[in-house]
Design a protein around this ligand. Structure first.
Ligand code: DAH
Length: 452
């Protein structure tokens, strides 16, 4: 599956020229997103959301301009991802070449930031890249925020360290929301403490972590509620008192680990992942004396909720009808003073869907090991990528609507429904037809399918 436009032997990105190889699978449409820096664009909802979150962590050093081009070592190895972790697959990750990827998460910068050792707490906001589905809440480029807080064990003895963390907790604001937290902090079987950390250290760091993140959620939802009230929104979700819960989780780079969920729209909505940083990561980063916690969250999900933005593609809009709706606090004011205004849709343009059905090529091999991105078997994300590459933001959703296996030949056929809709104008029928034709041709040419 060759992406012809990147098969020139090298890719120029962020002022650097990088060689390509059989792992290269990053199309130019993705590379062109790198320069947008939405999280730094004045008055952009992602930038406003970033500033609001930053205001919840006074004293933390904020890193907002780290390059998205990272090594496989930074993105996966430094965090303890096993060699066969699915996240490493070229069906999920954009490779520039065998050793270089577009970061799939802001955690890629944890080790380097710990190594630099410039502050007890830090926040990293950045664009991240993942090959994924096409729908209203998924886009191959999105934004994450990473946060971490560590303490230096050698500056004080263990009794005093406990006191230091305790004092830090006592200085934090309290809240009065309902928190469901049914599991013990340390669950030897499902969520173990690290042997390098005492029970007391683990308990105290966890208390500090949980309170910090609960306060963050309280602040965000308080802003969202005020915005909803101001716009006359009678959505019952905003009337009910906020309810959150902690669930046990697993990440290769933390233990114990949790996710924080918020009860929203009748369902539990995952807001972030977090945990006690693996000591090995800190040791390898040259700061074995430090212990602490980390978290990561997706900015779009929070911004969509805050501003009631219904489609993730809107963040990329350059249309003044979108951009002019948002204002950050005056530069001299505090980000906390920002009044969030809810998005009011400029007319919704009609959608037009078209189906495409095809036989997928027979699996060429079952050979495992490190095959390059271009020699892998058919993967649904390749369809997503191809559609995005050709039709960009003119597609709202790509959905598998039918699967069929031929009873005698065993060949498999898939039918995808592609929903064409622009956020900015009405697409003509001819336009969607032309896009659909191009997509059909490219499916044959690039993925080797046979149209039915
Ligand atoms: N990097 C994780 C992700 O993208 C999120 C995350 C989880 C970050 C736990 C963390 C953490 O720092 O401690 O899903």
């Amino acid at each position: 599956m060759l992406w012809t436009d990147t098969k020139l032997g090298s890719i120029a990105v962020e002022g650097k020229t990088l060689g390509t190889d059989e792992w290269t699978n990053t199309p130019s449409s993705i590379l062109s997103a790198i320069s947008r820096r939405l999280h730094l664009q004045k008055d952009h909802p992602l930038s406003i959301t970033r500033q609001l979150i930053e205001s919840c962590f006074p004293g933390f050093k904020c890193h907002n301009s780290l390059s998205p081009v990272v090594s496989v070592q930074q993105n996966f190895d430094s965090l303890g991802f096993p060699p066969d972790h699915p996240g490493r697959r070229p069906s999920d990750t954009y490779y520039i070449n065998r050793n270089t990827v577009l970061r799939t998460h802001t955690s890629a910068h944890q080790a380097d930031t710990f190594r630099a050792n410039q502050s007890d707490g830090y926040l990293i906001t950045a664009d991240v890249y993942r090959r994924d589905a096409v729908d209203r809440s998924h886009y191959p480029v999105f934004h994450q925020m990473e946060g971490a807080r560590t303490w230096d064990r050698t500056r004080v003895n263990s009794v005093r360290l406990a006191q230091v963390i305790n004092d830090d907790i006592a200085r934090m604001p309290t809240h009065d929301i309902s928190v469901l937290d049914p599991n013990p902090t340390i669950d030897p079987e499902h969520n173990p403490r690290q042997m390098q950390h005492s029970v007391e250290e683990t308990e105290l760091m966890t208390m500090h972590l949980k309170r910090s993140l609960e306060n963050l959620i309280v602040k965000i939802f308080d802003k969202a509620r005020k915005a909803a009230m101001a716009s006359g929104d009678t959505d019952p979700y905003f009337q009910e008192p906020l309810k959150v819960r902690w669930v046990q989780a697993y990440f290769p780079f933390t233990s114990p680990s949790w996710e924080l969920e918020v009860f929203w729209g009748g369902d539990w909505l995952e807001m972030l992942g977090c945990g006690i940083v693996k000591q090995e990561l800190l040791n390898n980063a040259g700061v074995p004396e430090r212990i602490g916690w980390a978290f990561g969250l997706g900015l779009e999900r929070i911004a969509m909720l805050l501003f009631s933005i219904p489609d993730i593609r809107l963040f990329w809009s350059q249309d003044p009808r979108f951009l002019s709706q948002f204002r950050a606090a005056h530069s001299k004011g505090h980000p906390e003073d920002t009044t969030i205004t809810r998005f009011s849709p400029f007319s919704k343009h009609p959608a037009c869907y078209k189906d495409v059905a095809f036989w997928i090529p027979k699996t060429s091999s079952s050979a495992g090991g490190n095959v390059g991105a271009n020699t892998q078997d058919f993967h649904e994300n390749d369809v997503m990528e191809l559609v995005r590459d050709i039709a960009g933001a003119k597609v709202e959703e790509v959905r598998l609507v039918d699967t069929f296996v031929h009873p005698t030949s065993g060949r498999k056929s898939l039918c995808y429904r592609i929903n064409y809709r622009s956020l900015e104008r009405t697409l003509t029928n001819q336009e969607s037809n032309e896009l659909h034709e191009k997509i059909r041709a490219a499916l044959v040419e690039r993925l080797g399918v046979q149209i039915r």
